[in-house]
Design a protein around this ligand. Structure first.
Ligand code: SAH
Length: 379
């Protein structure tokens, strides 16, 4: 961990930083005094105090992220403190009782570029920035001593950069009472979507006797939760053949025989199910981020309109639609607006967002990425 140079901000960007802003683009930057493309840098400006550090990533969509505003030289101490604060926050909120939880949620825990998920005695750390990856050793030491975690894997995107000697993947583990095979080395993001925990628990609580369609299933977590709650059947639709096999494996691990897995594109499969006049009591739409940037918002909302239209045709009378967006640019309002016109009335019963172990910062709106609704048609 070394400070490799400095980046100077324009006065307007300085003011934003002093008001809590953490992300800065090229237009905010007045001068760059660092030769490396990726580095930990000092952030300077006319009115900025000493001790402001940033993660510099020249080619990144957000080239400068504030790492800390008060570093007095002891960088390792700063990293340790960030981890301890994240743990204290979760203990205060009762999250550590869950067994598996997100311990560090990047900006939401004032630790940009770093995400850490904990599962019993194991952790997986995902770096979103090459500069943040230089913290691997200190993160490993701190987590081992604070939480007595024995195994770990560090990833930068889809590449494993470091793993504990005894680490093997995929592994079998339980999250909220459901058994899963999880591939922490190859799976999406950190390997498991812990951010849908509350929605899944809620689904378990209302699934008794229901038929469920779980679209964009990944490892089948929604379908598995529904069956655990007494659903009479569940159908998963997933475009990755490998993930389809994983869902079957997960169903087997839990002894659930009435989960059907359909390998295919949700848009095609739902058309096909409609032609067959299939009906469900609960339809879940949890697609990948359709709008990674602002420019893709319009097509993303159109895709939701198509999905909701298909769902409407597949729902029984009194049926329920869960629909989620994990793109910051597609808001809860957009989801509501993309419920298709119907002779009856859509009623939105409740909404969902990130759980308390995925906190977001008010000054960086893009960190509030997950939202969802539960709606039904009523006359
Ligand atoms: N619902 C999951 C997470 C979904 S992630 C959970 O609770 O953990 C989105 C998933 O959709 C991925 O597994 C991806 O492979 C799948 N996917 C993406 N596009 C798809 C499409 N057009 N049809 C079917 N599956 C798709």
């Amino acid at each position: 961990m070394r400070i490799a140079g400095s980046v100077t901000l324009h006065p307007r960007a300085e003011r934003r930083l002093l008001a809590g802003g953490m992300w800065f683009t090229q237009k905010d930057i007045k001068r760059v005094n660092v030769t490396q493309d990726v580095a930990l840098v000092r952030v300077s400006g006319k009115n900025l105090p000493d001790g402001v550090l940033g993660l510099w990533e020249k080619e990144g969509t957000v080239p400068l992220r504030v790492f800390d505003v008060n570093v007095d030289g002891d960088l390792e101490g700063v990293v340790r403190k960030k981890i301890m604060n994240a743990l204290t926050r979760r203990r205060r909120l009762g999250v550590t009782e869950w067994g598996s939880f997100r311990l560090i949620n990047a900006e939401g825990d004032m630790f940009p570029g770093v995400v850490v998920d904990v599962y019993e005695d194991f952790f997986v750390c995902l770096f979103h920035s090459e500069a943040a990856a230089t913290f691997a050793d200190i993160i490993q030491d701190t987590l081992s001593s604070l939480l007595h975690l024995r195994h770990f894997v560090f990833r930068k995107g889809s590449r494993v950069v470091k793993r504990s000697p005894g680490f093997h993947s995929p592994i079998t583990l339980a999250v909220d009472g459901i058994q899963y095979t999880v591939d922490f080395a190859e799976g999406h993001k950190t390997g498991f979507y812990l951010d849908q925990r509350h929605a899944r628990r809620y689904l378990t609580s209302i699934a008794e006797g229901k038929s469920v369609l779980d679209c964009f299933s990944y490892n089948g977590a929604f379908a598995l939760h529904a069956v655990a709650g007494g659903a009479c059947s569940a159908v998963c639709v997933e475009s990755s053949a490998e993930l389809c096999n994983m869902i079957r494996k997960n169903a087997g691990l839990n002894g659930f025989s009435h989960i059907r897995v359909i390998h295919g594109n949700v848009f095609d499969v739902l058309n096909h199910l409609n032609n067959e006049k299939a009906k469900f009591d609960i339809v879940i739409m949890d697609p990948p981020a359709f709008a990674p940037d602002r420019s893709s918002k319009i097509p993303a909302v159109q895709a939701y309109r198509r999905l909701h239209h298909l769902a409407l045709q597949l729902l029984n009378d009194g049926g329920l639609l869960f629909s989620f967006s994990c793109s910051y640019h597609v808001t809860l309002e957009d989801l509501v607006k993309s419920l298709p016109p119907s002779s009856k009335r859509w009623i939105v019963y409740r909404s969902f967002t990130q759980p308390e172990d995925h906190p977001y910062v008010a000054s960086v709106p893009a960190t509030h990425y997950l939202k969802g609704l539960l709606a039904g048609i009523e006359s």
